[in-house]
Design a protein around this ligand. Structure first.
Ligand code: ADP
Length: 327
């Protein structure tokens, strides 16, 4: 099979995540080092369909490794979910002579990439970029470590005021369907409880946290609530507590988009740099429709279909640790 990649396209898609820029930089420089031209595509699949394409040199990615967000911009596109939309995207790839596409994003973006690959036989490589860490086949995703540290920093600050005023703070954390950010931030910040979608008995979790607190004469506390663990999020949890434990003064803090921002941690910069290089290596290895990931500190190639469909479970020892350490 004739399989020579001369030009690679790169885009960022879906929710932005700190470290995406470091990944764009790594893809660009690794490609050029291997004699492959790089065409940057702005605004994700929307920009691809609209032909927002620009060739990148190594200088175009100077000074971005430390910057949050994505210089390529991100976008969501309903049109790309249609056959006609993907046809438009493919036409642009042909016109720009892009032989392979590297998509930095989450499971939605990978689902789109896989559809394009199936319909037009385009080699696509996914780089996991999402703060949620919800992709199977990689121990971490780009942006997750930074978001985790941001959340812990915020919770530490809330605890200072919580203890001063003897209040129960309910902190709403992002994560889509996954509780990784919430559970790990709860452990790291010494929270009293975490309410996550993977463990559904919300009432019992709350009762345990509050009951334990009372027995120990704790008069303030922090409970982290994953945004979709319960309909209505942290506000709904506050209503339950106010109904059954009116003696608690509850306060709700929704961290929201704060969690996406900021300069990436060293961990995320290194992960992004590694995976950007790995994506180019994967193309040289004639891989297609795979995600590059890291397992046990080794780079791995994971079929896109598996990365999207399989469910990564939270570690039970972490869940147990939180229960034991919050008493
Ligand atoms: P993330 O990649 O962070 O999960 P989204 O779920 O918003 O973010 O997906 C990003 C983009 O990927 C969508 O706006 C859409 O253009 C594309 N996409 C998502 N799901 C599909 C799908 N089922 N088929 C084709 N494209 C999709």
């Amino acid at each position: 099979m004739e399989y020579k990649i001369r030009t690679v396209g790169v885009l960022t898609s879906g929710g932005d995540a700190p470290g995406m820029n470091a990944a764009v930089r790594a893809v660009t420089r690794a490609a050029i080092a291997n004699g492959i031209r790089v065409k940057a595509i702005y605004r994700g699949y929307k920009g691809l369909m609209d032909g927002e394409v620009q060739e990148f040199t190594t200088q175009d990615v100077s000074g971005i490794i430390q910057r949050g967000g994505t210089i390529l911009k991100s976008a969501r596109s309903e049109e790309f979910k249609t056959v006609e939309g993907r046809k438009r995207a493919y036409d642009v790839l042909q016109k720009e002579e892009i032989d392979a596409l590297i998509v930095i994003g989450g499971d939605g973006s990978f689902t789109g990439a896989r559809a394009l690959a199936q319909e037009y036989n385009v080699p696509v490589i996914g780089i996991p970029g999402t703060i949620d860490n919800d992709l199977w086949g990689t121990d971490s995703t780009i942006g997750y470590d930074t978001a985790l540290n941001t959340i812990v920093e915020c919770v530490d600050k809330l605890r200072d005021t919580g203890t001063s005023h003897e209040r129960l703070f309910l902190v709403e954390v992002m994560g889509r369907d996954a509780g990784f950010l919430t559970l790990n931030a709860a452990i790291a910040a010494g929270a009293e409880a975490a309410i996550i979608p993977e463990r559904t008995a919300v009432a019992e979790q709350l009762e345990a946290a509050i009951g334990q607190g009372r027995r120990k004469h704790k008069n303030s506390g922090i409970v982290l609530v994953q945004e979709h663990a319960i309909e209505g999020g942290a506000k709904a949890v506050a209503e339950i507590i106010e109904k059954y434990h009116p003696e608690y003064g509850t306060r709700v803090t929704i961290l929201g988009h704060l969690q996406r921002g900021g300069s990436p941690t060293a961990y995320d910069r290194i992960l992004a740099s590694r995976l950007g290089c790995a994506a180019i290596q994967a193309l040289l290895d004639e891989q297609r429709s795979i995600m590059v990931g890291v397992q046990n500190n080794e780079v791995v190639y994971v079929p896109l279909t598996k990365a999207i469909k399989e469910k990564k479970d939270i570690k039970d020892d972490k869940w147990q640790a939180l229960q034991v350490l919050s008493i």
